[in-house]
Ligand binder design. Structure first.
Ligand SMILES: Nc1ncnc2c1ncn2[C@@H]1O[C@H](COP(=O)(O)OP(=O)(O)OP(=O)(O)O)[C@@H](O)[C@H]1O
Ligand SMILES: [Mg+2]
Length: 294
């Protein structure tokens, strides 16, 4: 079945702009180049946590600007502060030093205005709501004049596009983990939020499902154009998905390198056969190794 918004190529700017505009996401094709225009901006951010008698230095002077509609991954060893960065961007934590801004607002304000979609490690679907009603949940709750989210028709078209039509009236417990995470991602996009924060959304999936999910996510992102900050432990996942990969080191958590991924878009599985892909993979691997040893 074809629908009015599926893209054979996996996303062209013109169509992305159209859908992005329809659901209220600005700046889909024009990418901001200055910090003031950044979708998410971390400026010299430091964060400490107190654990019993211990003061944990979770982040040290982290600076990063994520541009409008950019896809940026955070990768680094366990405990280096990746989730802390997401929580700071999502207004769930305050920095102890430095500042974080989301579209020039404080994260707390952006959060109040429901400018975020969040995709956690586990799908967190409501067990008593069907697939269709889980996807519409947040947009039903958050429907606002200036960000109405996707219409019901667009939601159904998106669900069809990612193979969920046969499951529209199923309950989460009737779905595999991969299908549940598909619903969780669709739910985040349905919200029409300009910023999506994703914390290892595919880590609980088997390797083959996980590889498929990368391209499904790229397909949706290519059409909708949200800004994505994505946490992963997988180097191939970071490279396939991202415009840039920020590599973190630990003790204290800090960004050691930001690597450009200049692979052409739209990206399909064949990209993983290219020399450029393997070159960038090597760059990220080397940066991670360096971060570990420094
Ligand atoms: N609420 C908290 N209270 C105390 N310590 C915390 C808290 N949140 C995070 N930390 C500590 O801050 C550091 C960074 O944690 P964070 O969860 O951001 O790491 P991470 O990079 O996401 O790790 P992982 O890859 O294991 O998810 C860790 O040492 C962690 O134990
Ligand atoms: Mg984490």
């Amino acid at each position: 079945m074809t629908n009015h918004w599926s893209l054979e190529t996996g996303g062209s700017p013109t169509q992305a702009e159209r859908l992005g505009e329809r659901i209220g996401i600005g700046g889909v094709v024009s990418r901001a180049d200055t910090a003031a225009d950044a979708a998410i901006s971390f400026e010299a951010v430091s964060k400490w946590f107190r654990r019993k008698d211990l003061l944990v230095h979770a982040l040290s002077r982290v600076s990063l600007d994520v541009r409008q509609s950019e896809f940026v991954s955070l990768i680094g060893p366990s405990g280096c502060g990746k989730s802390t960065m997401l929580r700071l961007a999502g207004g769930l934590l305050e920095p102890d030093r430095g500042s974080v801004a989301v579209n020039s607002q404080s994260p707390a304000e952006a959060r109040r205005q429901k400018r975020y979609g969040f995709v956690p490690q586990h799908p967190a679907l409501l067990p008593w709501r069907t697939v269709r009603r889980n996807v519409s949940l947040l947009s039903d709750v958050n429907r606002r004049q200036d960000n109405p989210g996707m219409s019901t028709d667009d939601q159904l078209a998106m669900l069809d596009d990612i193979g969920l039509t046969p499951f529209l009236d199923s309950l989460p417990r009737e779905l595999s983990g991969g299908l549940q995470q598909r619903v969780s991602i669709a739910r985040a996009f349905a919200l029409g939020a300009p910023v999506l924060l994703m914390d290892e959304p595919f880590s609980a999936l088997d390797e083959i499902t996980r590889a498929d999910m990368r391209y499904l996510l790229l397909h949706l992102w290519g059409q909708i154009g949200s800004t994505v900050l994505f946490v992963t432990h997988s180097i191939p996942e970071a490279v396939v998905l991202s415009d840039r990969v920020a590599v973190l080191g630990s003790r204290p958590g800090r960004i050691t390198q930001v690597i450009d991924v200049s692979l052409p878009r739209p990206r399909h599985a064949e990209v993983e056969d290219s020399d450029d892909y393997h070159r960038v993979l090597g760059e990220v691997r080397a940066a991670l190794r360096q971060g570990w040893s420094s």
